[in-house]
Design a protein around this ligand. Structure first.
Ligand code: T3D
Length: 265
């Protein structure tokens, strides 16, 4: 997989790839190049069958500070219409790549995750936070609405009431509070953050990868479907899962009273 990016570090450890957004001088705020590089890397990781878990994190003291606001400074004249929706489509491509990737993606959040960086973390499958994490729907502070899927992910993760509070007040939510709310899966002390992230990623990378991909499809589709449609899909996906080598290995391991050794196939 390509590693020579300007604003993205790519680290491979066996079946885990860690993608580190790398503009620490601006708390990893997104410029167009970093967004493009991250999208390319995520899409490539999705296609590469030798990668079985992706970790997304930030360099330095932050996960990310949202869109780089210096790009807003050069606004056109007041009476000239500004259309940001075209630009947002580039973020949407990243969101889809994360959600549709047939393997687990973990966001590892240390320090601040603001604006669209926060919502990119919410687009990942699992989130681990350090105790110093700060989740912030910064949009309202500059008179904007949550984007990058925030209006979709946030109420589904924390409920409508808290989602509205975070979006309307724009206050920070700490790592421990985020765990309590269900915004992240777990929050760990800063000194344990890297080891805990590695352990989670390695565990996922040695699991039944194809089942994980099918689980993602089932869960994410169910959010938007009625019970009959979800039950129908469940049957189709189980037909697929039951034919995998990892399913056969899991059953054999159980019957032979040993640990399963999943190949990801
Ligand atoms: O076109 C489109 O795509 C529209 C989409 C918009 C999506 C969005 O994400 S809108 C929201 C954009 N983000 C923000 O509004 C957050 C702005 N940043 C902050 O509010 C604060 O920096 C934080 C709360 C994130 C962190 O505060 P703190 O005190 O820990 O750090 P700091 O000192 O404010 O920031 C450190 C440096 O990073 C500082 O630069 P300096 O003074 O050391 O040279 C600061 O200017 C820079 N920085 C932080 N955030 C951004 C940034 N530079 C550019 N863009 C940023 N978003």
């Amino acid at each position: 997989m390509r590693t020579d990016f300007q604003h993205l570090l790519v680290q491979r450890d066996d079946c885990v790839v860690t993608l580190t957004m790398n503009r620490p001088e601006v708390l990893n705020a997104f410029n167009d190049l970093m967004l493009h590089e991250l999208t390319e890397a995520v899409e490539e990781a999705g296609r590469d069958n030798s990668i079985r878990c992706v970790v997304l994190t930030g360099a330095g003291r932050a996960f990310g500070a949202g869109q780089d606001l210096t790009s807003f400074a050069a606004s056109p004249a007041v009476d000239e219409p500004i259309t940001v929706s075209e630009h947002l489509k580039k973020y949407h491509r990243l969101v889809y790549a994360l959600r549709r990737m047939p393997k687990p993606v973990v966001a590892a959040v240390r320090g601040v995750a603001a604006g669209i960086s926060c919502n990119i973390a919410l687009a990942c499958d699992l989130r681990i936070a350090a105790e110093n994490a700060r989740f912030l729907q910064a949009f309202v502070r500059i008179g904007l609405v949550p984007d990058g899927g925030g209006g979709y992910f946030l109420p589904r993760l924390v409920g409508l009431s808290k989602a509205l509070e975070m979006a309307m007040l724009g206050d920070e939510v700490s790592g421990p509070e985020a765990e309590r709310l269900g915004l992240v899966n777990r929050c760990v002390p800063v000194e344990e953050f890297e080891a805990a992230t590695t352990a989670l990623a390695q565990r996922l990378a040695s699991g039944p990868t194809r089942a994980y991909g099918l689980i993602k499809k089932l869960m994410y589709t169910s959010l938007d479907s009625e019970l009959p449609a979800s039950l129908e899909l469940e049957g189709q996906l189980q037909d697929e899962a039951i034919q995998t080598a990892d399913h056969r290995e899991g059953v054999a391991a159980f019957l032979q009273k040993r640990s399963a050794k999943y190949s990801g196939q």
